[in-house]
Design a protein around this ligand. Structure first.
Ligand code: ZN
Ligand code: ZN
Length: 84
């Protein structure tokens, strides 16, 4: 009797949720707030958005780069808008 496959399954760690992206270009993977209207047993899916830097407002790098606006420009998800 060959239990190799079963043992491999049994010993493998449970599926971890994907880790949230915190670098530019990574997938967001954040879970949105639970939806009260979601059907019972509904499982939230991780956000498929991409982490991006939005355009900087009030950039003054032409005066003294890098300016505060650029330094503090948050990395945000282009889909759910969560900041990294
Ligand atoms: Zn700037
Ligand atoms: Zn997102």
């Amino acid at each position: 009797m060959n239990l190799t496959g079963y043992d491999a399954w049994k010993l493998s760690p449970p599926d971890d949720p994907p880790s949230p992206g915190d670098e530019e270009g990574q997938t967001c993977n954040r879970f949105s707030e639970p939806d009260e209207d979601a059907p019972r047993g509904h499982r939230a899916k991780p956000c498929p958005g991409t982490m991006v830097f939005n355009d900087v407002e009030g950039c003054s790098c032409h005066i003294s780069p890098p300016c505060g606006a650029c330094v503090n420009n948050p990395l945000v998800c282009d889909t759910c808008g969560e900041e990294a």
